[in-house]
Design a protein around this ligand. Structure first.
Ligand code: NAD
Length: 355
């Protein structure tokens, strides 16, 4: 590595306000992982491990940096005593086996609890259970293994309440009855969100890249869309619940809706182009890290050994008021809702750091 490359890594960390980056490597097992620790002022860094066949190390680094930063903001806004971190394992998820995962868990042990992991894209409950065999620094375990179980339940609940709060702030009424809502990605969170919305009488439009997942939702009150038709309708709410980057410089021109509120992490890409465009189109964006906090609230309770589902759901229900706070701060300061949420999250972190 050249002198310039080393320097640029520290510039990069500085620019993204990161405390630590840890590269983990086991040549024999083909294990390559990066742990990103963004900020630990409020508590140990928490965030899931994702496995992805990244096209380059740089792509993996960008992903872990952005995701771990969002985790700090998420935990801060949710009022948790937890910092932000995330890990990515680089490679085809099919190479995983118990030995591979337990070797990864040894790397987590080296961090002595500065970073706690949980499940993320392409990591299964079995992987999480296997990590637990080697490391105590893992949360999001199935109930039969001493955890609080599927975190997508509180996540979907928080997104649902975030939608209601957004609507309340825009129209003075929080009813989602008859509202046209596009759910993009009907996986664990998107599927449960649909249940809440159907109960309230919303009109659901659904799309998923996986036809089998979509087929399960082929029932009354749900209109199944083809990919090319997603943005042909106007919606009251567009809810990205698949992967990140759904609201980007290309899609923002096509999206016609009043509110964007979804579960997917890091929905906005090309921030400099997208945020002004949303303003111009009068689309209210509810930041993902504000409303998808149900999952981190759940795994945080595991980390502090308080296995009380009711407490998790009660704390998740605060998302309704927190959305109101962010919208108020945004309009008072004439900044985007995204910037308002980041500022409020940073304010809490900075307050603790100053002590
Ligand atoms: P999941 O894997 O169960 O569901 C994702 C769904 O999106 C799948 O059905 C997949 O086929 C679909 N999908 C993938 N790419 C797509 C595309 N381009 N267009 C349409 N559909 C596509 O994941 P999940 O647990 O439901 O999580 C959904 C999102 O919410 C993810 O971004 C995740 O990081 C985020 N999130 C989840 C939780 C949680 O508790 N599960 C918490 C916070 C945030």
């Amino acid at each position: 590595m050249s002198k310039d490359q080393t320097k640029s890594i520290f510039n990069y960390l500085n620019e993204h306000e990161h405390e630590q980056l840890i590269y983990c490597h086991d040549k024999e097992l083909g294990l390559k992982a990066i742990v990103g620790i963004h900020n630990t002022a409020l508590g140990p860094a928490m965030g899931g491990t994702r496995m992805w066949n990244y096209t380059s190390d740089e792509e993996a680094l960008n992903d872990v940096i952005n995701l771990s930063m969002a985790m700090s903001y998420k935990s801060s806004l949710a009022g948790l005593n937890a910092g932000g971190g995330k890990a990515v394992i680089i490679g085809d998820p099919r190479i995983k086996n118990e030995k591979f995962i337990r070797r990864y868990a040894e790397f987590l042990n080296d961090l002595k609890g500065k970073y706690w992991t949980a499940q993320d894209v392409n990591m299964t409950s079995e992987d999480i259970v296997n990590i637990k065999k080697t490391s105590r620094y893992v949360v999001g375990l199935p109930k039969e293994h001493g955890g609080l179980g599927d975190s997508s339940v509180p996540t979907a609940y928080g997104v649902y309440l975030g939608m209601k709060s957004a609507l309340m702030n825009v129209t003075g009424k929080d009813s989602l009855s008859d509202k046209k809502i596009l759910i993009q990605g009907v996986g664990k969170v998107g599927g449960k969100l649909i249940d809440y919305l159907l109960e309230e009488g919303s009109k659901i439009y659904a799309y998923d890249i996986n036809k089998n997942n979509l087929e399960k939702f082929n029932r009354s009150n749900i209109i199944i869309l083809k990919e090319e038709d997603i943005f042909k309708n106007r919606y009251d709410i567009y809810s990205p619940c698949a992967l990140g980057g759904a609201v980007n410089k290309d899609s923002v021109d096509q999206i016609e809706c009043d509110i964007i509120a979804g579960a997917a992490n890091n929905q906005i890409s090309d921030e400099d182009i997208v945020l002004p465009k949303l303003k111009e189109k009068n689309i209210l964006y509810i930041p993902d890290f504000l409303i998808n906090a149900g999952g981190i609230i759940s795994v945080y309770h595991e980390q502090i050994n308080d296995l009380d589902t009711k407490k998790v759901m009660d704390m998740t229900s605060d998302i309704f008021d927190k959305v109101t706070d962010v919208l108020k701060f945004s309009s008072e300061n004439n900044i985007s809702t995204f910037q308002a949420a980041v500022q409020l999250a940073k304010d809490r972190i900075n307050k603790v750091s100053e002590k």
